[in-house]
Design a protein. Structure first.
Ligand SMILES: [Zn+2]
Length: 263
């Protein structure tokens, strides 16, 4: 049962699950209490809190079910007005990787065929800092605007930075690109795959949302294959045409020539 726990140092009452373990309600950044699988268990929200979040989702028009055997679990949802439209944001934990993912949801997508859907892999430098070295922020914003205009669709935001190699390695790869390597060779030079992304979590989120098939907003054919490998029906693709700038022109050309991106 949820009870109001002792006040923390900030003076804000904390929720506890009655077990003596506090829950910070976000399931992340649990480094202070150790690492590995025990960290994930300690930060898992109590069932009553999950039921509350699921109740909120239902009140917002969604009917999620936690599915047995899924690594991805719904942990919270709320309204999220943005500059590009008004969405519901759903937050998921991923027990396979320990990562957290979100889905921006517009309209009723349960049971939908050819649902407009963007799977966006986190790009700290582009999405947050507005880097001109890539086109990530522009693609994310174009997707949100398109889905808002359609009044139906989903943006799944996956916590897999730098095509899955992580932020530090991405900056190392940038450094190599500054010395003349292209984005593919830079990764290989670091002993890393050109693309280490996985779409298992995204496919589970699509299934949790009850989407029947998707119209994928992407220029990346391997993303379509990645979803199909996990049993998702991709019936259409919509390209995201982003105008190149002087800083990302070579990068976009490499993605087209060496990674098969379509525009
Ligand atoms: Zn980027």
């Amino acid at each position: 049962m949820l009870t109001q726990g002792k006040k923390g140092t900030s003076g804000i009452p904390r929720l506890t699950d009655g077990s003596g373990h506090g829950s910070n309600g976000n399931g992340s950044n649990g480094k202070s209490s150790g690492g590995g699988s025990s960290y994930r268990l300690r930060n898992r929200l109590p069932d009553s809190t999950l039921q509350h979040f699921q109740g909120t989702c239902r009140a917002l028009g969604f009917d999620f079910e936690q599915k047995k055997g899924f690594a991805v679990k719904l942990q919270a949802c709320a309204d999220l007005p943005t500059r590009h439209g008004s969405f519901v944001i759903a937050a998921f934990s991923d027990s396979k990787t320990g990562k957290e993912h979100t889905a921006l949801i517009k309209g009723d997508v349960s049971g939908m065929h050819a649902c407009p859907l963007r799977i966006h892999s986190q790009c700290h430098t582009g999405d947050v800092l507005g880097s001109l070295r890539c086109d990530c922020q522009a693609q994310l914003e174009a997707s949100m605007k398109y889905i808002e205009s359609r009044q139906q669709g989903v943006v799944i935001y996956l916590q897999q930075e730098g095509r899955g190699i992580g932020l530090v390695n991405k900056i190392r790869a940038y450094n190599l690109q500054d010395m003349g390597f292209d984005t593919v060779d830079a990764n290989v030079c670091l002993g890393l795959p050109p693309d280490a992304r996985d779409y298992g979590a995204a496919s589970e989120i699509i299934q949790l949302l009850g989407i029947r098939s998707v119209c994928l907003l992407t220029n990346n054919p391997s993303k379509i294959e990645g979803l199909r490998e996990h049993g998702i029906r991709v019936t259409r693709r919509m390209p995201l045409v982003i105008k190149a700038n002087e800083h990302n022109r070579e990068y976009l050309a490499t993605k087209r020539k060496r990674m098969g991106h379509l525009y």
